[in-house]
Design a binder for this molecule. Structure first.
Ligand code: NAD
Ligand code: UD1
Length: 380
């Protein structure tokens, strides 16, 4: 591969990974994606809400979609021969769209990070400058039911990756962490110095925290490692092309995809989990950040990571710095889409907290990054 630095992106066929790959390709990085496609987005057309004003719109789009599907299948088979994607399945559709958006090619390998020998081959094949590690399972409820699966995938999988990186002397890593590592906030807004791990109540959240701790120990033991951990708040929205976005399978766990499905009639109403929190309207307050802002944050962090002066472990919050309640988000969505979002107040969801929002000033000071997109764009 020739051109800018080569970035290995684990989990690059997923929601955050695919949007970040768009940014990387746009900025001239060479990208190698590994993903086992366990939760890769199928890249189905994102339902940009303002487009669907009536049922006939949905029908029209569905009919056009079926017709196009067969044409695209033919195109894709031809395209496959010329792109870097070395495996065709409907699950890699998202990465094909990433290439369509950027007009650039990437390399894709169907690799499970639990399989060390497969990772090893990747590092033997490419001259990798740094790794962005997104691959993880992320359903909180499922993690409570299947803790061993989550620890194996998220923790053992990460250790495999770090061992293979070490073996090949690739020691620059950007880690996808989460605001969930802060547990129940002791003080708001959440700064990077807030204690972590205390009050992480589910195996998913703990797996994110454990991997951060492993990384801290790793950089202490070997000063040639450089690690940046990005603690995301609540990523929402989609690429402006509408070609890629979040498309959860089954019932969405998170608020924004659920609202989007209510808006297009896929679900009758939103269940609002509690209106008796100590917040202005009683519903939970979160720091929603546009996925494209989040993706840009990875590039700014990569700049720092790749600079010769950076070493050690550093964590940054990627959030907007302000919170919105569930009902505020519902209202904003109604305004942006022109559609009513029926909702019903139900009991609190176990493990939920009243407030969670960031102090994002460290990322601004040290990475030169700040969220730019507003609520309207998040709801489009
Ligand atoms: P996602 O499920 O859309 O993407 C994760 C990708 O990793 C998927 O494509 C999946 O197929 C892949 N994957 C999982 N296990 C793998 C394995 N063993 N080997 C190879 N590939 C594997 O999730 P996302 O929302 O894009 O999240 C990406 C990262 O960001 C995760 O680490 C997640 O914990 C973190 N994060 C996400 C959010 C969020 O709300 N989306 C918030 C905070 C942190
Ligand atoms: C979720 C994850 C958390 C992750 C974070 C960032 C859970 C339990 N937690 O938390 O691990 O770090 O996303 O992506 O999944 N809500 C409703 N009705 C719904 C869905 C949500 O009222 O159908 C409310 C929730 O109670 C909460 C707010 O909407 O107040 C946001 O919920 P959600 O999108 O799940 O995000 P988090 O709770 O922040």
């Amino acid at each position: 591969m020739s051109g800018g630095p080569t970035v290995l992106v684990t989990g690059g066929a997923g929601y955050v990974g695919s949007h970040t790959v768009v940014q990387l390709l746009t900025k001239g990085y060479q990208v190698v994606v590994v993903d086992n496609l366990v939760n890769a987005s199928k890249g189905l057309p994102v339902m940009r809400n303002s487009v669907f004003k009536s049922r006939s719109d949905i029908l029209r789009v569905a009919l056009v979609g079926v017709g196009r599907f067969y044409t695209y299948m033919l195109y894709f088979k031809i395209l496959m021969r010329f792109t870097g994607i070395n495996e065709f399945s409907s699950d890699t559709e998202c990465l094909r769209r990433v290439q369509e958006i950027t007009g650039k090619k990437l390399k894709f390998h169907h690799v499970d990070i639990l399989k060390k020998e497969e990772l090893d081959t990747i590092f033997e094949t490419y001259d990798i400058d740094c790794v962005m590690h997104f691959a993880a399972l992320k359903a909180v409820g499922e993690s409570v039911q299947l803790p061993l699966l989550y620890y194996k995938n998220n923790v053992s999988g990460s250790i495999n990756l770090f061992e293979v990186m070490s073996k090949h002397n690739v020691k620059k890593l950007l880690y996808s962490s989460s605001a969930t590592v802060y547990g129940t906030p002791q003080k708001l807004p959440l700064t990077e110095t807030h204690p972590t791990g205390i009050g992480c109540t589910n195996p998913y959240g703990k797996s994110k925290y454990f991997v951060e701790e492993i990384l801290k120990d790793l950089v202490t033991s070997d000063k040639s490692w450089s690690v940046i951990s990005l603690r995301y708040f609540n990523p929402v929205g989609a690429h402006e092309s509408g070609l890629i976005g979040e498309d959860p399978q089954g019932v969405p766990n998170n608020l924004m995809p659920y609202i989007a499905q209510v808006a297009v009639g896929r679900r009758p109403d939103l269940k609002v989990y509690g209106n008796d929190y100590d917040t202005p309207d009683g519903t939970g307050v979160r720091d929603y950040i546009h996925i494209q802002d989040l993706a840009v944050g990875h590039l700014d962090a990569a700049n720092k990571l790749l600079s010769p002066s950076f070493s050690g472990f550093k964590a940054y919050n990627l959030g907007t710095g302000s919170g919105l309640s569930v009902l505020q988000l519902v209202k904003a969505f109604e305004e942006a889409s022109g559609r009513k979002i029926p909702y019903e107040i139900v009991g609190r969801r176990e493990g939920d907290i009243a407030y969670c929002y960031s102090d994002a000033s460290l990322a601004k000071q040290e990475l030169g990054w700040e969220a730019k997109k507003g609520l309207k764009e998040m709801c489009e």
